[in-house]
Design a protein around this ligand. Structure first.
Ligand code: SAH
Ligand code: SF4
Ligand code: F3S
Length: 445
């Protein structure tokens, strides 16, 4: 371990896909600086913990991880804390965890090389500035990718200020990356072997920019433009907010061939008073209406969502409303969380915080329903023929795992195939979390 002149690094990302994207950009930048990725099991001289602040558990994890980095000889690698905990807790991190050398926020990580130089000379380095839109101008171009799927952050930050959420504070105000930068980055990813791109943003469907002709475009326009890139086969986007689900974006689901039939559209609660207290600024019925409209143009679309249970003031009746929205929405997949009070957010100081045993019981009931819906959705795939994009090796010999257009994992045994292949399979069995298939036999001509 060489903490005074680090050569081998490891970036560990937690939290959302935007952190995964940031982690990849940091890795590419460190490689550009002449460092190299530590192999599995190999000691790293520099460890970047790219952290998440969304719930208390996620935020506390960083401190246990730092403790674990200390070797048997009591020595640690150079440690950089990046991501949303770095932004939210800044100096406090160095106080609580003196072995941390660098603290760098999500809008400042392009300065990591300078911060590393500072840390080499034994000084602590902290940078949680939010310079307007500059990191993307400075980061090196995209490299050849190891995987056939990639994330592409198009929009960052959030102006919605849901009363429970830290993101507007950790990621700052909403900004959209410019049209031409995104087309260039998408093209570079495809040139580097990528077949599927997922456009990312905390409010991805609020993205907008002028195109090359000066015309204002929304996310639908960007998707239509990316649809023209040869070699790109699939386009996805996440996470959307109901208020920014425009007619044009809904229409794109009906007629853009490469746009996959999957929509992650969180509602958080099915109760209007709770939605109001959360500052979601839409009703449960408005949300359901969007789902009906999108199913009109794309009947097979897989709907996914996020839920928070036990928000302050949530009554049994409010929770029943959530269950009834879930029944009507009929999710293919969803995430549900216990409400976690976050420092500095308005909900943390609201009255009527819900006791944990009530929240736990509600979460169990909600998850039972969501799991049942997910299993039902998977069972509908039985016997179906579909294309899958092979993303990784499975645990068994000759096994590969790919994704359907609806984002379900499919395991197949096909030693003759490789990661990155797009193949046609027939689904033979369906479990609660994944499917199994076999290569579809082509009929002799
Ligand atoms: N921008 C996205 C989601 C960002 S955070 C959106 O608006 O939907 C991802 C999810 O974490 C949220 O959808 C919400 O369900 C959950 N979440 C956010 N803050 C939380 C909190 N304080 N407690 C529990 N869950 C929370
Ligand atoms: Fe958080 Fe709400 Fe913004 Fe999503 S829309 S990031 S939940 S404040
Ligand atoms: Fe977490 Fe920050 Fe993403 S708080 S969910 S890593 S935007």
């Amino acid at each position: 371990m060489n903490r005074t002149n680090p050569k081998k690094f490891r970036v560990k990302s937690f939290g959302c896909q935007m952190n995964v994207y940031d982690g990849e950009r940091m890795s590419e930048m460190l490689v550009d600086q002449g460092m190299s990725n530590a192999d599995e099991g190999e000691d790293a001289d520099l460890v970047v913990l790219n952290t998440c602040h969304i719930r208390e558990k996620a935020a506390e994890k960083v401190y246990s991880d730092i403790g674990r980095l200390r070797g048997k000889d009591g020595k640690s690698p150079m440690i950089a804390v990046a991501g949303c905990v770095a932004q939210a807790e800044g100096k406090e991190i160095s106080r609580r965890a003196p072995s941390v050398d660098i603290v760098v926020g999500p809008q400042a990580y392009h300065r990591l090389p300078e911060l590393i130089d500072r840390a080499k000379s034994g000084k602590k380095a902290l940078d949680t500035d939010m310079p307007a839109n500059s990191k993307f101008d400075v980061l090196p171009g995209r490299k050849k990718q190891a995987r056939p799927t990639a994330f592409l952050t198009v929009q960052e930050g959030c102006d919605k200020f849901c009363t429970y959420c830290v993101v507007p504070y950790t990621r700052g105000a909403e900004i959209s990356r410019p049209w031409s930068d995104l087309i260039a980055e998408a093209q570079a990813l495809v040139d580097g072997g990528v077949k599927e791109i997922t456009l990312l943003g905390q409010n991805v469907n609020a993205w907008s920019s002028n195109d090359d002709t000066g015309k204002k475009q929304g996310l639908d326009g960007l998707i239509r433009r990316l649809n023209e890139i040869d070699g790109l086969e699939r386009i996805r986007y996440t996470t959307s907010h109901a208020n920014d689900m425009t007619d044009a974006l809904i229409a794109a689901h009906g007629d853009v061939p490469k746009l996959m039939p999957y929509l992650h559209l969180p509602v958080q609660s099915g109760s209007d008073p709770i939605l109001k207290a959360m500052n979601r600024s839409h009703s449960a019925e408005e949300y359901l209406k969007i789902l009906r409209r999108i199913r009109d143009v794309r009947p097979d679309i897989a709907i996914s969502g996020d839920f928070i249970v036990g928000f302050p003031g949530e009554t049994d009746a409010d929770f029943e409303e959530t269950l009834s929205v879930v029944r009507e929405a009929n999710y293919a997949q969803a995430y549900s969380f216990k409400y976690s009070p976050r420092p500095g957010t308005p909900a943390a100081v609201m009255e009527n915080q819900i006791p944990p045993e009530v929240t736990n019981e509600r979460l169990q009931r909600l998850q039972a329903l969501l799991n049942e819906q997910q299993y039902d959705f998977n069972k509908q795939a039985l016997g179906r023929q579909t294309d899958i994009l092979l993303e990784r090796n499975g645990k068994l010999d000759g096994q590969l795992v790919g994704k359907t257009p609806w984002l379900q994992s499919v395991h197949i045994i096909a030693p003759e195939l490789a990661i990155g292949d797009m193949v046609d399979v027939t689904i033979e069995s369906a479990g609660p979390n994944s499917l199994q298939g076999k290569l579809t036999q082509r009929e002799a001509a």
